[in-house]
Ligand binder design. Structure first.
Ligand code: SAH
Length: 217
C-alpha cells in the first residue's frame, strides 16, 4: 500500500470516525481522493494532518474534518447538482464530484481556479465546471441547486445564494466575522419552499469571502 493511502486510512480512523463522520459514501470519498496532489509538493507529507494548510494567494485548503463535516451535512445523492463557492485548491470540489452528479464551482482568484482545473482534469473529474468571479451571485443559469456549499466566511447567508437553493435543498456556510464563524446548515422545505430551517454545526475558522456578500479585499 502506498504511503499516502496508509495516511488516508489513518486520517479516517483518527480524525473522522472519532468525530461522528459516519456516512459511508463520505468516508469512501475521503479515503479515495489524493489530497496531497491539491497542495504544494513541499507540503505533501502534511497532507493528512488534522489542520488546514496554505495554498496560493494567501488562501487555505480546509482541514480534512471540516471538509468531511460539511460534505456529510449536505446529504449528497448521486443525481444531485451542487454549487460550491470558493474552489480554492479543488480538494473539496473533488470530494463533492465523487458523490454528486455535477458540481459548479466559483473561485475569485483565476490562478487558483486554473490550478484546481488542471488537477481535477488529471484525476478525471469531468463532472466539474469552474468559473472565475465573485461567487456572491451564485450561478444563475444553472440554478436551482440541490446543495450549496460556501467555503469562505460570510457575515450572513447571502440572499442570492439562498434563492438558488431548490425545494428540499441544503446549504452549508461559515457565518460570522473575519476571525471566527459558526458553521450553519440551512434547509429549504420541500413541502413549503418558503420555509427555511437553520441548524448550528459548531465553530470554525475560514478565510473571508471577498466580494458583494463578504468583505472588501
Ligand atoms: N474549499 C477550498 C477552500 C479554499 S479557501 C479548499 O479546501 O481548498 C476559500 C476560497 O474562497 C479561496 O480560494 C478564495 O479565493 C475563495 N473566495 C473568496 N471570496 C470569493 C468570492 N467572492 N467568490 C468566489 N470565491 C471566493
Amino acid at each position: 500500500m502506498d504511503k499516502f493511502k496508509k495516511q488516508r486510512k489513518r486520517m479516517i480512523e483518527t480524525q473522522l470516525k472519532t468525530r461522528d463522520i459516519h456516512d459511508a459514501r463520505v468516508l469512501k470519498a475521503m479515503e479515495t481522493v489524493p489530497r496531497q496532489l491539491f497542495i504544494d509538493e513541499g507540503l505533501a507529507d502534511q497532507a493528512y494532518n488534522d489542520n488546514p494548510l496554505p495554498i496560493d494567494a494567501h488562501q487555505t485548503i480546509s482541514q480534512p474534518y471540516i471538509v468531511a463535516l460539511m460534505t456529510q451535512s449536505l446529504e449528497l445523492k448521486s443525481t444531485d447538482r451542487v454549487l460550491e463557492i470558493g474552489t480554492g485548491s479543488g480538494y473539496q470540489t473533488a470530494i463533492l464530484a465523487s458523490l454528486a452528479f455535477r458540481v459548479f464551482s466559483v473561485e475569485r482568484v483565476a490562478k487558483l481556479a486554473t490550478k484546481a482545473r488542471n488537477i481535477l482534469d488529471a484525476l478525471n473529474f469531468y463532472n466539474v465546471a469552474i468559473r472565475v468571479g465573485d461567487g456572491s451571485y451564485g450561478w444563475r443559469e444553472e440554478a436551482p441547486f440541490d446543495e450549496i456549499i460556501i467555503t469562505a466566511a460570510v457575515p450572513n447567508i447571502p440572499k442570492n445564494l439562498e434563492a438558488q437553493l431548490a425545494p428540499g435543498g441544503r446549504l452549508v456556510a461559515p457565518v460570522g466575522n473575519r476571525e471566527i464563524q459558526t458553521l450553519y446548515k440551512i434547509t429549504r422545505s420541500l413541502e413549503d419552499p418558503k420555509i427555511i430551517t437553520k441548524e448550528d454545526l459548531g465553530g470554525c475558522r475560514f478565510v473571508s469571502l471577498i466580494g458583494e456578500s463578504g468583505w472588501k479585499d
